[in-house]
Design a protein around this ligand. Sequence first.
Ligand SMILES: Cc1cc2nc3c(=O)[nH]c(=O)nc-3n(C[C@H](O)[C@H](O)[C@H](O)COP(=O)(O)OP(=O)(O)OC[C@H]3O[C@@H](n4cnc5c(N)ncnc54)[C@H](O)[C@@H]3O)c2cc1C
Length: 245
Amino acid sequence: MNARLEWRVATLAGIRTETATARTLLLDVPGWPGHVPGQHVDVRLTDEDGYSTQRSYSLAAPADGDRVELTVQRVNNGEVSEYLTDTFAVGDPVELRGPVGGWFVWHPSRTAPALLVAGGSGIVPLMAMVRSRRDARSRAPFRLIHSVRSPSDQFYASELRRAARDDGGLDIATLFTRSAPAGSVRTPGRIGPADLELYGWPPQFEPTCFVCGPTGFVEKVANTLVGLGHDPRRIRTERFGPTGD
Ligand SMILES: Cc1cc2nc3c(=O)[nH]c(=O)nc-3n(C[C@H](O)[C@H](O)[C@H](O)COP(=O)(O)OP(=O)(O)OC[C@H]3O[C@@H](n4cnc5c(N)ncnc54)[C@H](O)[C@@H]3O)c2cc1C
């Protein structure tokens, strides 16, 4: 069988708290075949009665032997995300298969500018790209725009602050939709054309655009980028819609 389609038993080796409702899960997956940033996995839960259900989760970090990182945002009454963020404990097993996806990916050999636009937990696969770029010492110019409700909803906040401070090739803009920190110049609100013009790349730079988040967010950003003159063929999207079977 294709190694990517094979279910493997992963063990939870550690947990990082990202926000009050999001956790990064550090999983050991014996025989993991490796992956490129942007790809995701399927996670399958099975209860004692044999009922099973699966969901997709993006890989949050570059390939690192048998270690895989996922960041899961708890969705209210969510069958799988509530279990993974509240109950799943170090030493517990879970089934996982992948990596999945070949279009929404960034290869460290790429030198073209990249514009990464995330809504909420859509930051996860884009963070894998930022980390991969750092590990590869790539000089591809990166701009990351992250739209979140409030400062307490930010994932990876201190790591991203450090990365932006230490790396002149990486610009990061965080846009708040509901409440912004005191002193913010931008009034809280949804991302719009002015934000993408101000914090993105001009279309003439021919950036590859990676847009990830809830379906409505992705549609809006992709359409706005096209309206601003970006070539649709350079806009890659990943929608975090419901993935139940
Ligand atoms: C390619 C891909 C990658 C993904 N990567 C991630 C990731 O890295 N991190 C992450 O946290 N999630 C990610 N998701 C979303 C994830 O697969 C699940 O949809 C999410 O965890 C909810 O599952 P659940 O079983 O908890 O909720 P469900 O029991 O399936 O749904 C509960 C309720 O929440 C609604 N709902 C379901 N999913 C969402 C959602 N994403 N946003 C808002 N409402 C929702 C449902 O319509 C339903 O009303 C990804 C989805 C896709 C397609």
